[in-house]
Design a protein. Structure first.
Length: 728
């Protein structure tokens, strides 16, 4: 690999890499020992050194520094890597375990026999390996095959890294394509954006343009059109009009593309993109998921009922007597709908009685010995549902049971779940593909009750399933609008409904911690500068909240944005330092070598990991940091071991996004609101955030930002094709 030193006047150093002390394969940061070519002394080096191996000759540029813990080190700012040319270097290179079948003993024998000609012999005259004592024909063939595989791997790694592809992605590309990766990339580098998870159009495009692909090349235009559809799905949409798609593609490709329309038609003809109605396009997997939702709902609505005979009005009266109070008309109607109709929807905000209805409905079904299945998209929501109804509840992923080997859910249309009534809570979180998978697994004779708050943020994944089903008019819906929680603990509920009504006056203001009233369940701590806002949140979490409600009180900071002074990333950095500082006796490490996690850290799983049975949005605590960098993390139901390579699936969770908090409740929520968040300040985000709190909400920031959020109802519309399909 050749990476030209970026600083012409930097110091130069050349030598053989003797030992790798530390290497982060994801970031390519390396600490090593270099045997300097001229002086023969061994020095410490550190820097970004992707793909280097012991025994290689490195030409380095950089600067010397004195580290207070590790002494004199050479900080690498640029480098070139060469296969070793000296006997010593070749011996180190082969003996490092790089080539399977060649350990230190055989490396020494081979190099002793061939000297500096060793690598040429391996490359061009491998049959001569039999000249070395102990190496017969079979072992010679094995060594040659291993050398060729390693050479091909090295060429691909160097080729990819030249174009800025990280080591993690390099490994995935090699795993998928093997030694043919380089040839494939030279033919159509956009293929990796389609096949390799985590590599997008922009990385593939950088490789392609560097390889000489034209900006108007058909491969580039096709990849750009698909990428635009994927990006719009990332924003929650599932269907896109022709004009939007072409405009976004032209902007992405940054070129006049006369054939853009023709390339779109070509992709439709090849079924890479689906035209579901005139001038409306979808990705095939999304189109299939929406079609499946419609087909499975139709199947359920037409199926016979598994419920035993129930005198519905008598059952409602019995449930009222059991509850100890009379139901409001809409509450009683919701129970009737669930018992009468194969599929029904219950929607309403906090305090409107959804929990009461579900508890009473499950009481009736239990009395009739009906088999119930309760589920929710998240673990915390499932736990709350189980506590409310006094029945077991599961997450959807656990209920459907993903089989990694099969690449899909165990329960599906061919192998349905068992149950007579399915109750699915927090349906606002249900994205298109998960909804399709769940509905396919519900048996035809079952009743299905979908429960959720349509005013909350829509799902993280694409689609707006709950709203689309409600607006279709095809399924009976009970809307709960009346607030029943009117006691002294309902200020959060009252404020939530004022937000929905567009009332922009914030809760009671406080300008210092001493002005905060522990008896109030929702308050606004006024701070207008970003740094002061972060400092105030750290003080609240470390001192004021534990002092008022106890040291063990669970506090969750929810923030609208990831970046910026009052963004999730910086809040997590500051809160970790404040709430979980490093141990006083911990051995200091250079910043680049440190793990970002510590025992006691609050963490969030950022992707579904079906093998570990932890899912996107699961919250946990780090119990132990293992000696090899692995983590032992305690989640609600189990403790999970993360190998060091898998820790990238975790992120700190002292502060998380409002989207990630959906389906969860926390005793205390702290919510920063600053004008700098204006891009994401929306009414449904503010409403969702404060309704995550079970007991207390403290908003910290600018009252003007609160008013901005309440007044902004834009950005909540998602374009989907599901309503049209439901009406077809």
């Amino acid at each position: 690999m050749s990476v030209e030193p970026p600083i012409a006047g930097g110091e130069r150093l050349t030598g053989v890499l003797e030992r790798v002390v530390f290497q982060n394969e994801e970031t390519a940061f390396c600490i090593g020992e270099l045997r300097v070519e001229k002086s023969r002394e061994t020095v410490s080096i550190k820097g970004l050194l992707p793909g280097v191996e012991c025994g290689e000759t490195l030409d380095l540029s950089g600067r010397w520094q004195i580290h207070r813990e590790y002494g004199r080190q050479f900080v690498v700012e640029g480098f070139r890597s060469r296969l070793p040319s000296s006997v010593h270097g070749i011996r180190r290179y082969l003996g490092s375990g790089l080539v399977p079948g060649v350990g230190k003993t055989y490396a020494a024998k081979i190099v002793e026999h061939f000297g500096t000609d060793t690598l040429r012999v391996l490359e061009e005259e491998s049959g001569r390996l039999r000249e070395v004592e102990g190496i017969g024909p079979k072992r010679a063939r094995e060594i040659k095959a291993a050398w060729d595989a390693q050479r091909a791997k090295r060429e691909v790694m160097l080729f990819l890294q030249t174009y800025g592809v990280g080591l993690h992605h390099c490994r995935r590309i090699l795993q998928h394509y093997g030694s043919g990766a380089k040839a494939l990339l030279q033919e159509n580098p956009y293929e990796i954006a389609r096949v390799i998870e985590g590599i997008g159009f922009k990385t593939a495009d950088r490789i392609a343009l560097n390889l000489g692909f034209a900006r108007t090349a058909p491969e580039r235009v096709d990849a750009g059109l698909v990428f635009v559809l994927e990006s719009l799905e990332g924003d929650g949409h599932t269907a896109f009009e022709r004009a939007t798609l072409l405009d976004e593609a032209a902007r992405l490709l940054d070129a006049e593309v006369p054939g853009l329309e023709e390339r779109l038609r070509s992709l439709v003809d090849a079924a890479v993109i689906r035209e579901v109605s005139p001038d409306v396009f979808q990705l095939p997997a999304t189109e299939r998921a929406e079609a499946m939702i419609v087909a499975e709902l139709r199947r359920l609505l037409r199926g016979n009922s598994a419920l035993p005979p129930i005198r519905i009005d008598r059952a409602v009266a019995w449930a009222q007597e059991r509850a100890g109070f009379s139901f409001a008309a809409e509450q009683a109607e919701a129970i009737r709908q669930a018992l009468r109709h194969k599929v029904s929807i219950l929607t309403g905000g906090p305090g409107t009685g959804k929990t009461t209805i579900l508890r009473s409905l499950t009481d009736i079904l239990r009395a009739k010995e009906v088999k119930m299945v309760l589920a929710s998209p998240t673990g915390r929501a499932a736990q709350r549902l189980a506590e409310s109804c006094q029945r077991p509840a599961s997450t959807l992923h656990r209920l459907l049971h993903f089989e990694p080997a099969a690449g899909g859910f165990q329960f599906n249309s061919r192998h349905p779940l068992s149950g007579d009534v399915f109750i699915l809570d927090e349906c606002s979180m249900l994205d298109t593909r998960l909804a399709a998978a769940f509905l396919a697994a519900v048996p035809s004779t079952a009743h299905l009750v979908l429960v959720g708050d349509a005013d909350q943020l829509p799902s993280v994944g694409p689609g707006n399933v709950l709203r689309d089903l409600i607006s279709s008019g095809k399924i009976p819906v009970t809307h709960l609008n009346r607030i029943f929680r009117q006691d002294e603990e309902s200020s959060i509920v009252a404020v939530a409904h004022r937000i929905l009504a567009g009332q922009a006056s914030p809760p009671p203001l406080a300008r210092s911690p001493k002005d905060l009233d522990p008896s109030r369940d929702i308050q606004f701590f006024e701070v207008t500068e970003g740094g002061a806002c972060v400092e105030a949140i750290a003080r609240l979490c470390k001192n004021w909240i534990p002092a008022q409600w106890g040291k063990g009180t669970e506090v969750q900071v929810l923030a609208p944005m990831h970046k910026g002074v009052v963004g999730i990333q910086n809040l997590n950095r500051v809160l970790q330092a404040s709430l979980n500082p490093p141990e006083a006796n911990a051995r200091p490490l250079p910043p680049e070598a440190r793990l970002p996690f510590r025992a006691g850290d609050r963490v969030l799983q950022t992707k579904n990991n079906y093998e570990k049975k932890v899912f996107n949005g699961d919250l946990g605590w780090i119990e132990t940091v293992e000696a090899d960098g692995g983590l032992l993390v305690k989640f609600d139901r189990e403790t999970v071991l993360y190998e060091r390579d898998a820790t990238s699936e975790l992120t700190h969770a002292y502060a998380i996004s409002v989207h990630k908090a959906q389906g969860s409740e926390f005793p205390v929520v702290v919510l920063p609101l600053m004008r700098a968040h204006f891009l994401l300040l929306q009414r449904n985000l503010l409403y969702t955030a404060i309704t995550r709190a079970r007991e207390k909400v403290i908003m910290v920031g600018d009252p003007g930002a609160y008013a901005m959020a309440v007044g902004n109802t834009g950005g909540t519309t998602r374009i989907t094709a599901l309503p049209a399909k439901l009406l077809d």
